[in-house]
Design a protein around this ligand. Structure first.
Ligand SMILES: [Fe+2]
Length: 268
């Protein structure tokens, strides 16, 4: 059995800067880590923490350092892929000691747990909101799948390989998803795709694989499917995802934020 925490879309900025003048994303990151540590004995044991991009809001070096100080408080190894708000070189510089951060090129990687292979796939096209996979990325993925033998695979990427229905986000979605679907359809493995970018929990598929986007730790994008829906965010619900492998995948999306204490069931 393996259990993985997925954090996504942290959009860290050094305080007192706020994203769009509203969100103190560094404070929200600290709150997220505090909550995870407080609940660790309930949700663990945790084998890995996977962060699916938009680690920072502007890709600046200080924000990566602030993120690192917080993420390394968690008692589990962590693995990173960039999102459209990240920049590879500052990210690489901050995490150059990590085996899954290559010294150049795309930040694609493989990490094996006892009964599960995790693959990180970098969809960032620097300077653009939308994402893409080039021929080398697809070749990397094919090899990572073929060398997993029959192990199940958790495939992590930032951009969802499906349309969300949110117009302003689908305009900056992942392009050319058919080659990805073809690779996943040809694989004999049980594959679960996890992603971020859309700041909400959406369950869809890419080929035969189930694909699930995680909530963001800092904000949410409303379910507004009108063609003229305003592009923007709400401050809640924030959250993270938990992925279990135990003879099959099971994903729980956990909401962060204030709630009253657990109330035991009782008769009226
Ligand atoms: Fe984001």
């Amino acid at each position: 059995m393996s259990r993985i925490i997925q954090l996504s879309d942290l959009h860290v900025l050094p305080a007192p800067q706020r994203v769009s003048g509203v969100l103190n994303t560094y404070a929200l990151l600290v709150d997220t880590i505090d909550t995870l540590l407080a609940d660790w004995h309930k949700i663990g044991p945790i084998d890995a923490v996977v962060v699916t991009g938009d680690i920072t809001d502007t890709g600046d070096a200080e924000s990566y350092q602030l993120f690192r100080q917080q993420i390394q408080r968690l008692p589990a190894p962590y693995f990173l892929i960039p999102g459209n708000h990240d920049r590879r070189d500052p990210m690489r510089h901050c995490f150059e000691d990590k085996a899954t951060i290559p010294p150049s090129g795309k930040i694609n990687w493989v990490h094996d747990l006892a009964d599960l292979r995790i693959i990180g796939l970098d969809t960032l096209i620097e300077g653009q909101g939308g994402g893409g996979l080039n021929d080398a990325d697809l070749k990397f993925l094919s090899q990572a799948i073929s060398t997993a033998n029959t192990q199940p695979i958790l495939l992590a990427m930032h951009h969802p390989p499906f349309a969300s229905g949110m117009v302003f986000m689908d305009q900056i979605g992942l392009t050319a998803t058919q080659p990805l679907a073809d690779i996943l359809n040809a694989a004999p493995n049980d594959i679960r795709v996890i992603c971020g970018h859309v700041h909400s929990t959406i369950i869809s598929n890419i080929g035969k694989a189930v694909a699930i986007s995680a909530p963001a730790t800092c904000s949410a994008f409303p379910a507004d499917y009108r063609a003229d829906a305003p592009a923007g965010f709400t401050s809640a619900p924030r959250g993270f995802s938990l992925h279990n492998w135990d003879q099959g995948f099971c994903t729980t999306c956990v909401t962060l934020g204030n709630s009253s204490a657990p109330h035991p069931f009782s008769s009226p």
